[in-house]
Design a protein around this ligand. Structure first.
Ligand SMILES: Cc1ncc(COP(=O)(O)O)c(C=O)c1O
Length: 285
């Protein structure tokens, strides 16, 4: 992704919504200050943020919207693709993403002509023309080889997203009766593209190890909240200010999710999760 230069601006963080795991829309307004320039919603795990409310706030306070659609290529909110709501939409093509290159890559989309020109220069050392540099930029050009790979893979994106959604529905169906497990909600007013299929359980670490021993690799996205990362300690937040994020970061577990996952594999994982509860949890009671 093309980086935006650090300007000394201090980001204000907002806790997540316990139902969607995206930014809590009810908490944005209180976080807006006279210095606020933009709202940056992240379509986390591939679930589109309810953009209607974000747009209303942006209009009310004259703010820009910058979408982080790194996990949500092809996701739709009320008939419109994510990444197209704000002044810019940022996509990552890291290999593991729904649309992944064969190495690092990314893109920003915008309908704003000035921004488009500026971004094209920024990615190329601030250069509008070979050997002329109007300002200091970066080397963030998209490698041609990666572009060729992405051009081919793009044709399959909708189908791969459809398969991810089918897999999420199968998981939800097969895990519906699993005790002590919160399953992801599938939104009605948008198309979730399930970059990740994330469940929650109080016994997260035990379940993670149990599945690992059975040969099922699961990951935690993400174990350390942004405000606790070394890089953002200077923001001065305390975990108590983000009760939902704090609690969920100890409970979340991403189960295997990719288009080619078969129903049999999903069934095996679901059976193991239920067996875990029977073997480990019930024996502790
Ligand atoms: C939500 C989100 N935003 C931003 C990024 C950064 O993307 P990149 O690593 O391509 O710069 C990622 C990638 O992991 C992501 O998942």
């Amino acid at each position: 992704m093309l980086g935006i230069s650090y300007t000394g601006a201090k980001p204000v963080l907002v806790d997540i919504d316990p139902d969607t795991y995206n930014i809590d829309l009810e908490k944005i307004e209180a976080a807006i200050t006279p210095k606020t320039k933009a709202i940056m919603p992240v379509h986390l795990y591939g679930r589109p943020v309810e953009m209607g409310k974000v747009i209303a706030l942006a209009e009310k306070y004259n703010l820009k919207i910058i979408e982080d659609a790194a996990q949500a290529h092809g996701a739709v909110y009320r008939g419109r693709k994510v990444g197209s709501f704000g002044i810019m939409g940022c996509f990552s093509f890291y290999p593991g993403k729904n649309l992944g290159a064969y190495g690092d890559a990314g893109a920003i989309v915008t309908s704003n002509k000035d921004l488009y020109e500026k971004l094209k220069m920024l990615r190329n050392y601030g250069s509008p023309k070979k050997y002329y540099h109007d300002f200091i930029g970066y080397n963030s050009r998209l490698d041609t080889l990666q572009a060729a790979v992405l051009g081919v893979k793009l044709r399959y994106l909708d189908e791969w997203n459809r398969l991810r959604r089918r897999n999420a529905e199968l998981y939800n169906e097969k895990l519906a009766d699993a005790p002590d497990l919160v399953l992801p909600d599938i939104p009605k007013d948008g198309t979730h593209v399930f970059h990740l299929y994330v469940v929650r359980t109080e016994k997260r670490d035990q379940l993670l190890n149990y599945l690992k021993e059975a040969g099922i690799q699961c990951v935690i996205h993400y174990p350390v909240p942004i405000y606790s990362l070394g890089a953002y300690k200077w923001l001065g937040y305390s975990p108590q200010q983000f009760p939902v994020t704090e609690e969920f970061s100890r409970q979340i577990l991403s189960l295997p999710m990719y288009p080619e996952l078969t129903e049999e594999q999903i069934e095996r994982i679901a059976d193991l999760i239920k067996k875990f509860h029977k073997d480990k949890v019930t024996s502790e009671i």
